[in-house]
Write a protein that binds this ligand. Structure first.
Ligand code: G4P
Length: 507
């Protein structure tokens, strides 16, 4: 059954067209009938303050964080990667729950910084990539330029699957390189409405390009694509509906079905009978009146049935999952059953944490859901000192969601938050106020970075004796060395060979 699932994400730089493409994929997949919901969010996100308002209203970002649609017997699970310019751990973690990704590139801009960062995360996990070069209805860069840029900057083989017949004002459609058919624009809006021509005589210039392209790039090889060594490239226009169905077909035909997931004892295959999965995201405070949260679990193996008892690795005793949620684009539906590759939302009151494994027998732990060393550290100061308890609760909650990391120093009462991007700090302040009624300020921190430390109890105690000022505990109570500089890290590493200092922490 799991062969019928495709779980994927779209990666792109802001403005490349991810929201527009998402909406068109959902329309083609029949998940939404009128464009609108996803778009409204895209527009709002453009203004930062508006975006935060939307985030605070939670509902919208929740329904669109997992979008499910079906076509020709295949269930597609599209996971949304938060698309703001700053990078957050949420984004990394979402990419741990997909089997493949579509990389959207603006034809006028080529590879941009965020595309590249996200691509690197995919590469770390060998997630195969289908490339979509968007906005060919506008003036863009030469196709060869774009293809070579993808190949060179990302060190990937590229294989063009389609070719634009002109761009911008000269745009006359998209040629499918394997069938030779051309999809044509129609009507005043020059959209693709289904008109496909065969045996087309191409303009000389285009015919020449196509000949060169077919001779100059490798042929499509599904094994190389699935290994993450080659990317098939489609040209199109999300706005005008060109190339959208081709992308769905590519995901259906080439993208891998649910993959085995790593544990310390070896990979767990989707065919395993035991139900297992891992939590890759937790969203708290969906309803400001109730402190509830939803944990997003990717199902790895077995057939999940409603009411089933699963044991979270962090808890040790089983919980019954009575009202799991499956995400369809417009409604959240109560799930009766789910297959490997599906995402299930599990309502809970804080028992489930990012990185937890859930399983029937509680004998396995999925690995590879890291915390990352924060790049920006700040002290949190309260405007009203009587709100300490609320602040602690808020920092714990928000670190659980992956919005921030929190460090409680061994000495001193001022807590430190760490993030990988500046925007996370804005989100933190605004959510503290809106959801916890806590007014806080962020102050410079004496530390520049943090490292999780591991070693024998004795080694840790020896280290603590000399470094009390630089020690903190993270939310789980694990020891962290707060460093003044990268040099400091290197120095301590040399002096304490019995300890390991790591920039990531795997739960
Ligand atoms: P994002 O989620 O990646 O940030 O991008 P989004 O889809 O919001 O698209 C960014 C802008 O690019 C939008 O224009 C959108 O209409 C436009 N766009 C997306 N796909 C195409 C395409 O294939 N062709 C052309 N010509 N434009 C495209 P905007 O003016 O910023 O927003 P709006 O006012 O049109 O909504």
């Amino acid at each position: 059954m799991s062969n019928s699932r495709r779980t994927f994400a779209i990666i792109s730089h802001p403005d490349a067209g991810k929201t527009t493409l998402t909406e068109k994929l959902l329309l083609q997949g029949g998940a939404i009938h009128l464009a609108g919901e996803v778009k409204a969010r895209g527009q709002a996100r453009r203004a930062r303050s508006d975006w935060m308002k939307i985030e605070q209203q939670r509902g919208i970002s929740v329904t669109s964080s997992v979008m499910t649609f079906e076509r020709d017997g295949i269930t597609f699970n599209l996971l949304d990667t938060p698309g703001h310019e700053d990078f957050s751990e949420d984004t990394y973690r979402t990419l741990t729950a997909v089997d493949s990704a579509i990389m959207v590139i603006d034809a006028a801009k080529g590879i941009e910084p965020q595309t590249r960062k996200l691509f690197e995360v995919c590469r770390l996990r060998s997630v195969p990539i289908i490339t979509f070069i968007n906005k060919v209805d506008r003036e863009g860069r030469a196709c060869f330029d774009l293809l070579d840029e993808v190949a060179d900057t990302l060190a990937l083989d590229v294989c063009p699957m389609s070719w634009p017949v002109g761009m911008g004002g000269l745009f006359q459609g998209i040629l499918d390189l394997s069938s030779g058919k051309v999809s044509r624009p129609e009507g005043g809006s020059k959209e693709f409405l289904g008109k496909v021509e065969e045996n087309v005589t191409l303009p000389d210039e285009v015919a020449e390009e196509v000949e060169l392209a077919q001779a100059g790039y490798p042929e499509f090889d599904i094994e190389a694509y699935r290994a993450g060594d080659l990317t098939p490239v489609y040209f199109g226009s999300a706005l005008k509906n060109f190339g959208v169905v081709e992308l769905i077909d590519a995901i259906a035909n080439f993208a891998p079905p649910p993959r085995p997931q790593p544990t310390e004892q070896g990979p767990v295959e989707p065919e395993n009978k035991e139900v297992s999965g891992f939590i890759f995201k937790v969203q708290a405070n969906m309803d400001p009146m109730h402190r509830d949260r939803i944990a997003f679990m990717r199902l790895v193996s077995g057939t999940f049935k409603r009411g089933m008892k699963l044991t979270p690795s962090g808890l040790g005793k089983p919980i019954a999952i009575h009202s799991p949620i499956l995400f369809f684009a417009q409604d959240r539906e109560i799930a009766d059953s789910a297959e490997p590759g599906d995402i299930i939302g599990i309502p809970n009151h804080g028992t489930l944490r990012v990185g937890d494994t859930l399983s029937e027998k509680n004998q396995i732990r999925f690995t590879g859901l890291p915390n990352f060393a924060p790049e920006i550290l700040r002290r949190v100061a309260l405007k009203d000192p009587t709100k300490t308890k609320q602040l602690r609760k808020a920092l714990d909650d928000l670190s659980e969601e992956g919005v921030i990391q929190v460090f409680y120093p061994e000495i001193g009462a001022q807590w430190i938050v760490g993030v990988v991007g500046q925007l996370q700090l804005d989100v933190l302040i605004s959510r503290l106020e809106a959801e916890y009624k806590v007014e806080a300020m962020l102050e410079a921190s004496p530390f520049d970075t943090a490292r999780w430390i591991k070693g024998s109890d004795k080694a840790l105690a020896d280290f603590a004796e000399f470094n009390k000022m630089n020690l903190a505990k993270d939310r789980d109570g694990d020891p962290v060395f707060m460093a003044k500089s990268a040099w400091d890290v290197g120095y301590q590493q040399e002096r304490n060979p019995d300890l390991t200092f790591s920039a990531t922490k795997e739960r």
